[in-house]
Design a protein around this ligand. Structure first.
Ligand code: FAD
Length: 475
């Protein structure tokens, strides 16, 4: 909690954004942080509520002790707030920027739609910690002599590797791409999170003893069995990058792409990497239609605007706005994950309750439009409501269907669950193959950065316990 009466006296204030007309001219972050004194006032709004749902499973998968650090910030003890925050979250500068903040949904003050600005406070603590040199490598007291491989350097792999190194193991992190970070580097655009935040953490982890092996595609350029033979334990944290196939007529036309190749190319350009021999996918001067309503779709919208699209229309099968019939009895599980992203606010047209019936093209096989229809409450097209959206470029962003099975997963011989993810429970994180563990999106399916960090931390604890018989790593 902060100030006992703070929530009665102080209005909620969040970080502001650069105006849309300015921010779409560049790919950098565009939030305008609040002054330190204002962050303290916002932290003071944290009330002495009976059960702080914000830091339970409903609110925060890593169980950040939010009321405690709100109180510390309110009282000006930022360094202790940073220590507290880092005790539950390896990378709060990531989540402070890109987490959709389920903690704010769960905040008691959200009953009045004015939750504490928790995400703003978290980012401020994390940024201040780096500015002041409070984030330092934490070297283990004793080396165990055990060698652990982590495959995949997304937030799950990074969190696991950091925890395992701090427990004294010799950790080797294998990554297919030229640079670490997973979807945070190659999927999520810089305007949501610049990549120097990842580079700084990688340097910290290297100083803690983690060895990064980039450009190693396990199951392709390095056999899985070889990796298992060389290490005492192997953690599979390769993500869930298999795109969901919408199976609609016309999706093979020129100008229709899955979202990821488009986002990866732009992230490579911004990061100074080559896109190799791929054909460039660019929205410049085009009418763009994005099919899908989640984070990936929003990132396509923001990237299209920054590349100079003529228009961007986003199709969402969900109705707008969501009707929350009974807010009180649903709390703290509402709202229904329905957000307006900053990208959508940059000028996207939005078509709600709309299904994509097919994609239309010309004789040259080039896309010209998207055929749509309104849907009923069962998401079935309503006859007579068809319409066509003009399109020169279409992005399919309707989610992901588990990990890619060829290569690593196939060679690992691990059992899959019924959704096609690598099977492992959330206690032992052990797969069906001895010595082999799984965490993050590879185990749970496409999710959130904060869940990946949680799974990485918990898997590290399980691996440490399996290697040493006991563990002091936090839950
Ligand atoms: P990933 O981040 O996918 O990392 C897996 C890593 O494993 C990758 O680096 C991959 O190259 C590597 N790898 C895979 N196979 C191999 C192999 N065989 N050998 C070596 N390396 C391998 N979440 C949020 O919380 N907020 C957001 O705003 C948000 N926006 C998103 C936007 C997009 C476009 C996408 C696609 C996702 C977004 N997410 C967001 C979800 C979030 O990024 C993921 O849930 C999270 O990154 C999963 O972490 P992970 O470590 O499990 O996997």
């Amino acid at each position: 909690m902060g100030k006992v009466t703070g929530f009665l006296e102080i209005d909620r204030l969040e970080q502001k954004y650069q105006p849309a007309s300015d921010r779409i001219r560049h790919f950098r972050e565009f939030t305008l942080p609040l002054p330190e004194a204002e962050v303290g006032r916002q932290a003071a709004r944290c009330m002495d509520c009976g059960i702080p749902f914000c830091h339970g499973d409903t609110g925060c998968p890593v169980h950040n002790q939010i009321p405690d650090w709100n109180d510390l910030v309110y009282n000006g003890d930022w360094e202790e707030a940073s220590r507290n925050l880092h005790s539950t979250n390896n990378f709060p500068e990531f989540t402070g920027r890109i987490c959709p903040a389920p903690c704010e949904e769960a905040c008691t003050l959200n009953l009045e739609n004015v939750p504490v600005a928790i995400k703003t406070v978290e980012q401020a603590i994390a940024d201040k910690a780096w500015e002041n040199g409070w984030v330092q490598p934490q070297l283990p007291g004793v080396k165990t002599g055990k060698r652990v491989a982590v495959i995949g350097s997304g937030p799950a792999g990074m969190a696991a590797a950091q925890q395992l190194a701090r427990a004294g193991h010799d950790v080797h992190l294998y990554e297919r791409e030229p640079k670490p970070g997973g979807l945070m580097r190659y999927g999520i655009p810089d305007f949501k999170m610049e990549k120097h935040h990842i580079d700084r953490r990688v340097a910290q982890m290297e100083a803690e003893g983690v060895t990064f092996h980039c450009n190693v595609n396990v199951g392709v350029t390095k056999p899985f069995a070889e990796l298992v033979a060389e290490h005492d334990a192997v953690l599979m944290a390769g993500g869930a990058e298999n795109p969901r196939d919408p199976g609609i007529p016309g999706q093979d036309l020129h100008g229709v792409h899955y979202a990821m190749p488009f986002l990866v190319q732009q992230n490579r350009r911004v990061g100074g990497e080559s896109i190799g021999d791929e054909d460039p996918i660019l929205a410049t001067g085009k009418h763009v239609v994005v099919v899908g309503g989640g984070d990936t779709a929003s990132d396509c919208v923001g990237t299209s605007f920054r590349q100079g699209a003529l228009s961007v229309t986003q199709m969402d099968i969900r109705p707008c706005p969501p009707q929350i019939e009974d807010k009180l009895s649903n709390w703290p599980y509402w709202p229904t994950k329905f957000r307006t992203s900053s990208s959508q606010a940059e000028g996207a047209e939005r078509e709600f309750a709309a299904a994509t019936l097919g994609i239309e093209g010309n004789k040259k096989g080039q896309v010209t439009g998207v055929r749509c229809a309104r849907v009923d409450e069962k998401r079935q097209p309503i006859p007579g409501t068809e319409f066509v959206l003009k399109a020169d470029l279409v992005f399919l962003a309707i989610g992901f269907a588990g990990p890619v099975k060829t290569g690593m997963v196939e060679q690992s011989l691990t059992a899959l669950d019924r959704r096609g993810n690598v099977q492992a429970d959330t206690k032992l994180y052990a797969t069906s193959v001895p010595k082999v563990f799984a965490a993050g999106d590879m185990r749970r399916g496409q999710s959130l950065v904060v869940w990946a960090i949680r799974e990485g931390r918990q898997a590290a604890r399980a691996i440490d316990e399996s290697l040493m018989g006991t563990t002091t790593l936090p839950r």
